[in-house]
Design a protein around this ligand. Structure first.
Ligand code: KMT
Ligand code: NI
Length: 183
């Protein structure tokens, strides 16, 4: 079962991989998480999700036409420590962030702006989360140190390695008349 709770204060030396419940604990059900933050959650069947149509319908309804898989563990992810630091730095996006956990587990922390608090959502295999655009969030592994998740996008991302010469970005720049850039 997916579960969520208000987090205790995370000080500098505390371990982000622990659950960090308040004392006494303050659970939040996913309906309230949705009301407070806009986060959507579905529980899918990991074994049948490729053919049972539930995920296909969500993808179709929301226009997701590109996906990849991210596997995070000390062995599987290059620059693991650095990536984890990036995932756990509070940030927001101009697009939704969609993650479907196929194995392992972890925590997505989402900011409840109204109550000025973090809500920690524990995800495991079968959990599909959609974080809406514009909400502050962060991600950490739990102490099992492993998650594998599918990520969905609207439109195929550009190739970072070849974008200067493969023409995809040039076409977008030309179509839209961008004639100046910086970094
Ligand atoms: C992100 O963008 O923060 C992530 O992809 C985190 C890991 S997905 C389980
Ligand atoms: Ni993010």
């Amino acid at each position: 079962m997916v579960s969520a709770w208000y987090m205790d204060d995370l000080d500098q030396d505390s371990d982000q991989r622990l659950e960090h419940h308040k004392n006494p604990s303050q659970p939040v059900d996913m309906k309230d998480v949705n009301t407070l933050t806009g986060v959507l959650h579905w529980k899918l069947n990991v074994d049948t999700h490729e053919e049972d149509g539930v995920l296909d319908k969500i993808k179709k309804d929301r226009g997701y036409n590109y996906e990849d898989v991210i596997e995070i563990s000390p062995e599987k992810l290059p620059n693991y420590e650095e990536k984890l630091k990036i995932f756990f730095a509070e940030h927001l996006h101009t697009d939704e962030e969609i993650r479907f956990v196929v194995a392992g587990s972890g925590f997505f922390d989402v900011r409840d702006a109204k109550n000025d608090s973090w809500i920690r959502i524990k995800v495991e295999a079968g959990d599909l989360l959609i974080l809406p655009a514009g909400i502050y969030h962060r991600f950490t592994l739990d102490s099992l140190n492993y998650i594998k998740a599918k990520r969905f996008f609207v439109g195929e991302p550009l190739n970072v390695d070849t974008h200067e010469e493969d023409g995809e970005l040039d076409k977008i720049k030309k179509d839209r008349g961008y004639n100046y850039e910086d970094v």
